[in-house]
Design a protein around this ligand. Structure first.
Ligand SMILES: C[S@@+](CC[C@H](N)C(=O)[O-])C[C@H]1O[C@@H](n2cnc3c(N)ncnc32)[C@H](O)[C@@H]1O
Length: 288
């Protein structure tokens, strides 16, 4: 367990994931009934971007730093607002005081009657997470394996909510583990919304994952990706995706507005440009 998210907090992949996470939660809280958010790989909740790890890579500067510095059209700005509000206070030089991870985003957006179940296997990180979540009675932090906890926790008593699966992909078989875990969870709780984040390094690996997903017989799902061409000089992490089961009805429509904007701000003249793609269960593919 060497992965430390603090090196990458607030980078392009985090902005992509947390922005879509915020859009899913905003949609789910439109209905008054309480919901449960299950974060199988939660991390430490909040990240000090001036801390040793984040300062070493400076990745946040081309992620949340660029987003903060770019003016969006009113339609895009309205979709960004809940996420940007969850990011919270900025320093006078524009750095988020503490960048929220997925637990921080959900803690900000969810309502008094909602519940958050956060799993973090790294014992010290789980202690750190518990401490930053404070005395929030809605939150339960478990220093546990997220896959095992998910299996034991669905369906949740509320019978509605979101599962976020965001592993570090340190293990070679992580895609297979994800697929098996999703298969068993959706068998037990077919109506929940599930969001699975994945890195795009090797196209074949992602294609194999998508093929596995296709065998699960999931009724409604969509895939949202941002990706650089595999040209010479492209970084190993070419992009990332979110596979969403039972997505909110507006998610693909909102992503179609958001992806061109975030791809534009993440672009770097020295690297191949980013492109966005949205694939629905009907197989319909939209590229930007
Ligand atoms: C990519 S980070 C999570 C980031 C977080 N979801 C966010 O968006 O802010 C992955 C985390 O999963 C933890 N982890 C690794 N394997 C795990 C497992 N089997 N169960 C729970 N947590 C695990 C790692 O220690 C790491 O903190």
């Amino acid at each position: 367990m060497n992965y430390r998210h603090a090196f990458h907090a607030g980078n392009f992949a985090d902005v992509f994931k947390h922005l879509l996470l915020s859009r899913i939660l905003v949609y789910l809280i439109r209905k008054p009934a309480p919901l449960r958010f299950i974060d199988t790989h939660a991390g430490i909740g909040f990240y000090d971007l001036a801390g040793t790890e984040a300062a070493k890579t400076g990745e946040w500067r081309t992620g949340i730093g660029r987003l903060d510095a770019t003016k969006a059209t009113p339609a895009v700005a309205a979709l960004l607002d809940p996420y940007l509000a969850a990011v919270g206070a900025r320093t006078t030089d524009g750095r988020p005081l503490f960048y929220p991870g997925s637990p921080g985003i959900a803690q900000h957006l969810l309502r008094p009657g909602d519940r958050l179940l956060l799993c973090e296997r790294h014992p010290e990180d789980a202690i750190a997470l518990k401490s930053v979540m404070g005395r929030d009675k809605r939150v339960k932090v478990l220093a546990s394996d997220g896959y095992a906890t998910l299996k034991a926790s669905v369906p949740p008593p509320e019978r509605r909510g979101l599962v976020l699966m965001d592993p570090p992909f340190e293990e070679r078989d992580e895609f297979d583990t994800l697929a098996m875990s999703l298969a068993s969870a959706t068998r037990k709780w077919a109506t929940g919304t599930y969001a699975i984040w994945y890195p795009i390094k090797e196209a074949a690996q992602v294609a194999a994952f998508q093929a596995q997903m296709a065998t699960l017989g999931l009724a409604r799902h969509c895939t949202i990706e941002i990706l650089r061409d595999a040209a010479a000089g492209a970084p190993a992490l070419r992009g990332c995706g979110l596979f969403v089961v039972n997505p909110p009805y507006l998610l693909a429509e909102e992503a179609a507005l958001l992806l061109p904007f975030i791809c534009g701000i993440f672009d770097d003249a020295a690297l191949p440009p980013f492109n966005g793609a949205i694939r629905t269960e009907a197989g319909q593919l939209t590229r930007f």
